[in-house]
Design a protein around this ligand. Sequence first.
Ligand SMILES: NC(=O)c1ccc[n+]([C@@H]2O[C@H](COP(=O)([O-])OP(=O)(O)OC[C@H]3O[C@@H](n4cnc5c(N)ncnc54)[C@H](O)[C@@H]3O)[C@@H](O)[C@H]2O)c1
Length: 439
Amino acid sequence: MPGSSSSSSVRPATGRLGIITPGLGAVATTFIAGVESVRRGLSKPVGSLTQMATIRLGKRGENRTPLIKEFVPLADLKDIVFGAWDPIPDDAYTAASKAGVLEKHDLEPIADFLKSIKPMPAVFENKYVTRIKGTNVKTGKTKRDLAEQLRQDIRDFKAKNKLDRVVVVWCASTEIYIKPGPQHATLAQFEKAMEANDEAIAPSMLYAYAAIMEGVPFCNGAPNLAVDIPALIQLANEKGVAISGKDFKTGQTWMKTVIAPGLKARMLGLAGWYSTIILGNRDGEVLDDPASFKTKEESKLSVLHTILQPEKYPELYKGFSHVVRINYYPPRGDNKEGWDNIDIFGWMGYPMQIKVNFLCRDSILAAPIVLDLALFSDLAQRSGMKGVQEWLSFYYKSPMSATPSLAPEHDLFIQQTKLKNTLRELMGEEPVTHVDDQA
Ligand SMILES: NC(=O)c1ccc[n+]([C@@H]2O[C@H](COP(=O)([O-])OP(=O)(O)OC[C@H]3O[C@@H](n4cnc5c(N)ncnc54)[C@H](O)[C@@H]3O)[C@@H](O)[C@H]2O)c1
C-alpha cells in the first residue's frame, strides 16, 4: 500500500502534541474552542471519528468493536497544545468572536484560554490572497529566508511548550489558482525558485516545505496546491514525513460524495448536477475573488467524474452537465446554504429530479476534520508511514494521489473502508471484506 508501513509496531503517543495552523480564522478557532470545550466536559466531539467512532474487528459474530481511539494509540486531547500563524494579529478569542461561528455562551467560559493563543507572524503576500489586509507578517530577502523563519518558529514552539511532536494543518485562506510548473517539479528546482523569489512559489508551499524539513506532518485544508507538488511529495518521501490534502470535504461536496455513489450503485443515469451556495464569512469574501474561486472550483468539479466514471458507463454518465456557483452574501455569515438540483434518469430513460437544500455551518463541519487529520497524521508519523496518506482521502474534496498515474478515490464509502482497513492493518488485524463474515 503506498504511503504505508506494514509494521504493527506503532510508537506510543507519549508526551505532548503541538497542532499549529497557518490561519487562525473561522475554522481554526472553531476547532480550538471545540477541543478546549470537550476537554472541560462542556461539549461532545460530534463529527470526529477519532473521538466517537468504533471499528469492527474480526468476523461479525466476534462482537469486537472498540472505539478507534482505544484501538490505535492516538494523542489524548489533554496533551494537545495549539499554535497558529496569521497575518491578522487577533488572538483566538477575538478571531473567534469576529468569525461569528460560536456564540458568546460557548466562548465566554473558555475566553482566557482562547486569549492566550496569539498568532505568530505569517508568511503572507497580497498577491496570493487579495482580500485580506495583514500587519502581522514576516519579512525576508528571499522566500527561502521566509521558509527558514517558519522552521525556526516550529522549533521554538516545540521547545517552549515542551512538545514531543508537532503537526501542521493549513486552515488559512484559499490562495489564487496556480498551475503546477517546472518550479514545482523537483526539489532542486523548487529550492532554486524559492531563492529567486519566483511567483510560482506561494506562501502555502513555504509552510509545507518548512514542516516537512522539520519532520512534521502537513495537512492541507484548502484547495491551493501547497504540498501537492512533485517537489514536496519527493521531499516528504525522502524525509519520511506524512502529508495529505487537499480541501476539507465539508458541505456540498461531502453530500455529492454520498449521493453520487448511491446513483452509481443502482446504475441510475445523470443528466446534470447544478450546485449553488450562498455564504457570507471571510472565506466567502476571499472566494469572491475570481482567482481564488478558480482554485475552489477546480477542487469541487473533479468529484463527480471520478466517482461516476463516464468512460466506463457512457450510456449513464457521458457528457453530464456539472455547474458549481459560489455566491458571497454577507448576511449569512458562516451559515451557508446550498442548493443542489440533480437531474437523473431511470428505466427506459425516464427523467427524475433530486433537490437538496443543505443549511450547514461550514466551520462546525470542518472543525472535527481538523482534529481527526491532526491525530491520524501524528499516528501515521509514529507508524513510519511516509509521503501521501491516501487513507485520509475521506476528509478531502480533492484528495492527493500517492501514484500520479492513478486517479484519487472520491467515493466516501470506499474512502471510509480504506481508512478503517488501514487502521486494522496497522494494528495487525485482518481487513474487513464483508464476505463470509459469520464467526
Ligand atoms: N469551513 C469549511 O467548511 C471549509 C471547507 C473546505 C475548505 N475550507 C478552507 O479552509 C480555509 C479556512 O477557512 P475559514 O473559514 O477559517 O477562513 P477565514 O477567512 O475565517 O480564515 C482564514 C485565515 O487565514 C489567514 N491567512 C491568510 N493567508 C495566510 C497565510 N499566508 N498564512 C497564515 N494565515 C493566513 C487569514 O488572515 C484568516 O484569518 C479556507 O481556505 C477555506 O477555503 C473550509
